[in-house]
Design a protein around this ligand. Structure first.
Ligand code: LM2
Ligand code: CA
Length: 459
């Protein structure tokens, strides 16, 4: 079968969008490992187009020139060092794999590893014209009708040279690229633009990949007649774009009371889904209901995503932008500058409410959501078995209440208000009594989070 791998109990993925390899490595050591993140989704590592005339937009990276591991984020050695360092910190690396297409026709000049190319001819792979579709539709071979599956598979996405993924030669080159990454230690793949190749082609590319990488396909739900997320769920997991609609809207508008039924409004089941509030595309195309720009309501949505058992959660980590084409912080020559959180890099994953909720999620792995409470509108609370208890308050005033939890009696650190480490709590501590009750105050637009991994005193 294609891929049976699951991300395991430490399942949280953080997308360190456009981070250089050296910075990902130190983040694994200093933050991600200690905080319990399971994996990093890194931006595409292969050689890509370089567009100084367009100010080095972030999307250069989605136009492959070859499969050499030399990108604006670093070379092959730096990539390998990152993987080893992250593995030492027990953090996996998932690669954003661009397999549907190669660079489009607008760009010229050497790629990020110095290779030359023209559209439909990429000598550093090599691919030549006969390796690409020429679908013969719409005047320019571009996809126009998303209700036509054949067209979505065989025409061009935005002029990007569309690989003949049905061909044995092309499949072999894509499998070889993925195998090269696995040989460097890569643990899994986000399949870019997956719906633009038939699921059977993707399965044939991934089947022969060594090891058992975790695979999740980017499948944007579209109009009837077009490809569906379910078609790709047999290969691995799939991105659930409804999640950000539902959870993002709920926290934007303060309508939290129905979130206990969220699975019922998703396209795929919890066992197949990647859950996310926003991603690098929806941040820019208007799809996201909330992003880092929304501050506390976004922070609460991210915290809820981590606390609630649905899918594999993916946390976004952004660079700031006003121009949606702009690349990451860089020198004039387009070299990405080192990550410095707060200076062009948002580092949402370091927000206390996000990183401490990762620990709660890990402590509660395998436990369902129980004991749902809501005030009917903007305040909710629930347990994760006897491992954790959370409350969310999207009202403009504090919520003080005696909550029923399922926690063992003891003294717990509210990890939303402070960090827990070496037995000490930097935030508020709460007593859970022998009946599992706790009297607590949840701040306005805030949350409360107690779990068995953050106790200052037992029963
Ligand atoms: C994806 N998922 O399916 C990525 O998440 C998304 O970010 C990628 O688009 C897309 N697939 C292709 O891999 C981005 C960006 C596009 C950009 C492409 C290629 O959103 O705007 O297209 O990467 O770099 C750009 C220009 C477009 C031009 C194309 C080819 O914006 O106008 O088409 O390059 O030159 C003429
Ligand atoms: Ca295609």
């Amino acid at each position: 079968e294609a891929s049976s791998a699951s991300p395991g109990a430490r399942d949280v993925i953080v997308h360190l969008f456009q981070w250089p390899w050296a910075d990902v490595a130190s983040e694994c050591t200093n933050v991600l490992g200690p905080k319990g993140f399971g994996a990093v989704q890194v931006s595409p590592p292969q050689e890509h187009v370089v567009l100084p005339g367009k100010g080095h937009p972030w999307w250069q990276d989605y136009q492959p020139v070859s499969y050499q591991i030399t990108s604006r984020r670093g070379d092959r050695d730096a990539f390998k060092r990152m993987i080893d360092t992250c593995h030492d910190a027990h953090v996996k690396i998932y690669v954003d794999a661009v397999v549907n297409h190669m660079a489009g026709g607008e760009s010229t000049g050497p790629g990020s590893a110095g290779s030359s190319y023209t559209q439909y001819d990429y000598p550093a792979v090599p691919y030549t014209d006969s390796d690409f579709h020429h679908c013969g539709r719409n005047g320019n071979d571009n996809i126009k009708n998303y209700k036509d599956k054949w067209e979505v598979h065989n025409c061009e996405l935005d002029d990007l040279s569309d690989l003949k993924t049905e061909s044995g030669t092309v499949r072999g080159k894509l499998t070889a690229y993925l195998n090269d990454l696995v040989s460097l230690g890569v643990d899994g793949f986000r399949v870019d633009a997956a719906k633009h190749l038939p699921a059977s082609d993707l399965a044939a590319i991934i089947d022969p990949v060594n090891g058992d990488p975790y695979v999740y396909s980017e499948t944007i739900e579209g109009d009837p007649g077009g490809p569906t997320p379910e078609e790709y769920a047999g290969i691995g997991d799939v991105t659930e774009f409804r999640y950000g609609e539902v959870v993002g809207s709920a926290f934007r508008d303060g309508n939290l009371a129905n979130l206990n039924n969220l699975a019922g409004s998703m396209r795929v089941g919890t066992e197949d889904a990647i859950a996310f509030v926003d991603n690098h595309d929806t941040q820019r195309n208007g799809g996201a209901k909330l992003t880092y720009k929304n501050g506390s309501s976004y922070a609460l949505a991210e915290a809820f995503m981590l606390a609630w058992p649905y899918g594999v959660p993916q946390v976004m980590s952004s660079f700031t932008f006003s121009n949606k084409e702009a690349g990451p912080p860089a020198t004039d020559s387009g070299t990405t500058t080192a990550v410095n959180c707060g200076d062009g890099w948002v580092c949402e994953h370091r927000w206390r409410t996000t990183q401490n909720m990762v620990g709660l999620r890990n402590a509660a792995a395998g436990a369902g959501a129980t004991g749902w409470w809501s005030n009917g509108s903007n305040q909710i609370a629930f347990s994760r078995g006897s491992a954790a208890f959370v409350a969310f308050n999207r009202a403009g005033s504090a919520l003080t209440r005696t909550f029923q939890t399922n926690l063992p009696a003891g003294t717990y650190c509210d990890v939303m208000s402070g960090d827990f480490g070496n037995g000490a709590c930097g935030g508020t501590t709460y007593q859970v009594n022998s009946s599992g009750q706790v009297s607590a105050t949840v701040p306005a637009n805030g949350a409360l989070a107690l779990h068995i991994g953050a106790r200052t005193g037992g029963a």
